[in-house]
Design a protein around this ligand. Structure first.
Ligand code: NAD
Length: 449
């Protein structure tokens, strides 16, 4: 099949590369000339495990190419995926201008029956708007094209695996011809028996928001339980195990921390709230999720100010992790960035390490923080170390060595990667999220004496 993917970001590039590796002819279109030039040269502009080798394979098979020119790519396509940004507008609603703009542009070039697929996360009713934009652009309605909603559930960091072996594929259309095209396209990805679920467009659009809002709520719920555990003398590690073994609850997304971030959960929760308000529905639980999540990092930061006072001028912090989660370079709405803002606003200086998200962070903070190339270097002369991302190579540092590099003696762990015992053994005080703290090393020693 001839496939055109418009937008080659995290979703579009993975989609294009995956379909190309199933033998389809894929053309990826982007307005970003630098990106297209990089891709044409064989360079992958984002960090996503496994993507580079799959990308290479597709290039060797000559099943993928890249262009900035939409018209010829639209004319040759049987299926056009719109994998464009849907950033939040000022009122929280999803900004559909990219999607509707491109829909209006491709219309006149469609050549034979074409399926236009909304791959982006878009609110209920968007498929109708895309259809209207295409019709307004001069295409004949009916025979020539159909619009399908096909939300994407991949997770950054495991995007390739998620796309190649999806737990389910959701296809939103009432049109059998379009559904058949989509099913044919996705069958190679679900050979293990996972379902392709065909439903109406509006339900498909809602499914994506419901999924993300539910997961954001689950994270926020466990964060609140963790905050309460601390106050009540319970341990979130035990509670998490205690509830996660219940199959009705499940053990994923039950890790407390600094709050959710990334390019999806924050904007999608806000967009669903906006949709609710458009239908005069007060989605109260999601209002709370937004509010609680916006303040979750303050739970750990209050321990910082308890230790050092509100004025952090002259204090220097090492920061481990900048990405919003491990295995990505994405820093959009990253809790690590909220931590940096908190520290800089109070006059502190920050030296940060992240294996992939240095460049993306530099675009936000520039030279306002220092960047180091090696994990231990972030600890140099630090009054305190803060852990903000759960990269696997953060898990077993040699604490005595880290402690010697620091001028202070305290670690604030926003990801619960360590235990108080191991840190105390290296002479470091340790604070994490939702776990009982014996207190400072001095207190531990006094108790033992
Ligand atoms: N990132 C994720 O984990 C994820 C997961 C599921 C769904 N989604 C959804 O998928 C959509 C895309 O997200 P993303 O993270 O891939 O975005 P992104 O910002 O990484 O990529 C978007 C791409 O579109 C390009 N673009 C913008 N305007 C264009 C135009 N007129 N013509 C051609 N290209 C254009 C940009 O240059 C960019 O390369 C969003 O709706 C998002 O909510 C994202």
């Amino acid at each position: 099949m001839n496939i055109t993917v418009v937008g080659t970001g995290y979703v579009g590039l993975v989609t294009g590369v995956a379909f190309a590796n199933m033998g389809n002819n894929v053309t990826c279109v982007d307005i970003d000339e630098n990106k297209v030039t990089m891709l044409e040269r064989g360079q992958v502009p984002i960090y996503e495990p496994g993507l580079e080798s799959l990308f290479e394979q597709a290039r060797r098979q000559e099943t993928i190419d890249f262009t900035t020119e939409l018209a010829p790519a639209a004319a040759s396509a049987d299926v056009i995926f719109l994998a464009l940004p849907t950033p939040p507008g000022e009122d929280g609603s999803a900004d559909l201008s990219y999607i509707l703009g491109v829909a209006g542009e491709v219309g006149p070039y469609l050549n034979g029956y074409t399926v236009i697929v909304d791959k982006s996360t878009v609110p209920v009713g968007t498929a109708d708007k895309v259809r209207a934009a295409l019709e307004a652009s001069g295409v004949v309605a009916g025979e020539d094209f159909d619009v399908v909603s096909n939300p994407e559930f991949l997770r950054e960091g495991v995007a390739v695996d998620d796309f190649m072996k999806p737990e389910r594929v959701v296809i939103g259309t009432n049109n059998q011809r379009a559904a058949a095209v989509m099913q044919k396209l996705y069958e190679p990805f679900v050979r293990g028996g996972n379902p392709i679920i065909v439903m109406d467009e509006r339900s498909a659009e809602m499914t994506k928001y419901a999924a993300n809002a539910f997961l954001a709520t689950k994270i926020t719920f466990i964060n609140e339980v963790a905050n309460l555990c601390e106050r009540a003398g319970a341990n979130i590690d035990q509670v998490r195990r205690g509830i996660g073994t219940d199959s009705r609850i499940g053990n994923q997304f039950l890790y407390p921390g600094l709050g959710y971030g990334g390019s999806c959960f924050p904007k999608d929760v806000r967009a669903l709230l906006k949709t609710a308000s458009e239908f005069d529905y007060d989605f109260r639980i999601l209002d709370s999720v937004v509010e609680v999540n916006g303040e979750q990092h303050l739970e750990l930061m209050s321990k910082v100010t308890e230790r050092f006072g509100e004025d952090l001028a002259g204090r220097h912090f090492g920061l481990w992790g900048l990405a919003f989660k491990a295995n990505t370079d994405d820093v959009r709405e990253s809790p690590a960035h909220r931590v940096i803002d908190f520290l800089l606003e109070r006059g502190a200086t920050v030296a940060a390490y992240d294996p992939e998200a240095r460049e993306t962070t530099y675009r936000v903070f520039g030279d306002r923080i220092e960047y180091v190339d090696f994990l231990p270097d972030a600890a140099n002369q630090a009054d305190a170390l803060i852990v903000a991302t759960e990269w696997s190579h953060f898990r077993r540092p040699t604490w005595p060595v880290i402690a010697r590099r620091m001028r202070g003696d305290v670690v604030f762990d926003g990801r619960n990667l360590y235990t108080e015992d191991e840190l105390n053994a290296a002479g470091l005080d340790y604070f994490s999220v939702g776990r009982p703290s014996v207190g400072t090393v001095d207190a531990v020693r006094q108790e033992a004496a």
